[in-house]
Design a protein around this ligand. Structure first.
Ligand code: HEC
Length: 327
């Protein structure tokens, strides 16, 4: 059967979704997981008393659900059935803790709706294997999405930064602030003017090739050829050096200079920080010994373009630079 997208699933009743899950539709499983995992987690948390056990028990409960869903006959509501499974999983855990390890068979209760499914344990279940990866990935995605970038670890002149913020708002925020009108959009390569090698190598042919790549149902199939490079929201900026998509500009101070004044060759890979120019130290014998050379004259390495802010007076650049440290 063809898997449904989650938008399609939203139009189905829960009974219909369960029906699909019973036929092995991974998207339907995922939908059930999304709908019910918070409740299951809450039950586990209440009973286990801590979040790490609760997370593990939640995973375990859903594994049981996915294994046993074929035997769910709708005699009770799905949430009641789910609740009972969760409850049993947690109780089993308490028992295990008290009695030491018990056999796998014992973890199957004899409730009639669950009855025969223990026998399926030895079967290879591809849907399930894929699904577990996806649940893990969703958790990972949620965790990564919630992480904050590391704060600038050195001193910041707050007064200067505050005045720099106004300059940022005026000159940069449209493209780089969270919620800016162009943030997250591609800026035409002719407009931003940075090295076009990477842009040109992503051809429409390459796009079609990637979109048609393999044929598992959750492959990424929306590769596009856009008009340029994306203007990203700038956070954790101090730690992103060297800058631009090709790392062709070693420091923020250099990015605020016209391309002719930016370093033509420098070192990358040294981990000592340059607090004046805001980036990693990229010249001198120590950086040479620790890092490797970067030559902006080589194909794809060009440091042209991105002229925004390059004509500001020196004093304004200092303020802007100070503010950029706070992002
Ligand atoms: C019209 C949109 C636009 C404006 C305005 C703009 N930028 Fe950008 N910026 C971009 C784009 C597009 C890129 C990516 C270019 C590339 O990687 O080749 C970029 C890249 C950057 C980067 C590199 C980020 C990284 O992770 O390497 C920094 C830093 C930056 N901009 C700072 C600024 C500052 C500071 C200003 C204001 C003075 C500014 N930008 C104004 C579009 C803009």
């Amino acid at each position: 059967m063809s898997p449904l997208k989650s938008t399609d699933l939203a139009d189905l009743t829960e009974t219909e979704i369960i029906g699909r899950a019973q036929q092995g539709d991974a998207g339907a499983f995922e939908h059930l997981y999304k709908q019910h995992s918070r409740h299951v987690y809450a039950v586990c948390f209440r009973m286990a008393g801590n979040s790490s056990d609760a997370e593990e028990l939640t995973q375990e409960a859903f594994l049981q659900v996915f294994r046993k869903i074929g035997g769910f006959r709708g005699e009770s509501s799905f949430s009641t059935w789910l609740h009972r499974i969760t409850f049993n999983i947690v109780l089993m855990r308490f028992r295990k803790k008290r009695l030491g390890e018990i056999s796998l068979e014992d973890t199957f209760d004899t409730d009639d709706e669950f009855g025969t499914l223990g026998k399926q344990f030895g079967r290879v279940d591809l849907n399930l294997t894929g699904l577990i990866d996806r649940i893990g990935l969703m958790r990972l995605q949620k965790w990564v999405g919630g992480l904050k970038p590391p704060a600038y670890p050195f001193a910041i002149d707050r007064g200067l930064a505050e005045r720099g913020e106004a300059l940022f708002r005026e000159n940069c925020a449209d493209c780089h602030a969270f919620g800016g009108s162009k943030t997250g959009q591609p800026i035409p390569v002719e407009h931003v003017g940075t090295d076009r090698h990477r842009f040109d190598s992503w051809t429409t042919q390459a796009r079609d090739g990637f979109n048609g790549l393999s044929d598992f149902d959750w492959r990424y199939s929306h590769f596009r050829k856009t008009s340029g490079y994306m203007a990203q929201a700038l956070d954790g900026l101090w730690a992103r050096a060297p800058y631009l998509h090709n790392g062709s500009v070693p420091t923020l101070a250099d990015l605020l200079r016209v391309p002719g004044d930016r370093p033509k060759t420098f070192t990358v890979g040294y981990d000592v920080y340059d607090q004046q120019r805001v980036g990693f130290v990229s010249d001198g014998p120590d950086s040479k010994a620790a890092g490797r050379p970067f030559d902006t004259g080589r194909p794809g390495n060009g440091n042209s373009g991105h002229l925004y802010g390059t004509t500001l007076p020196e004093a304004d650049k200092r303020m802007l630079l100070e503010f950029l440290k706070t992002l």
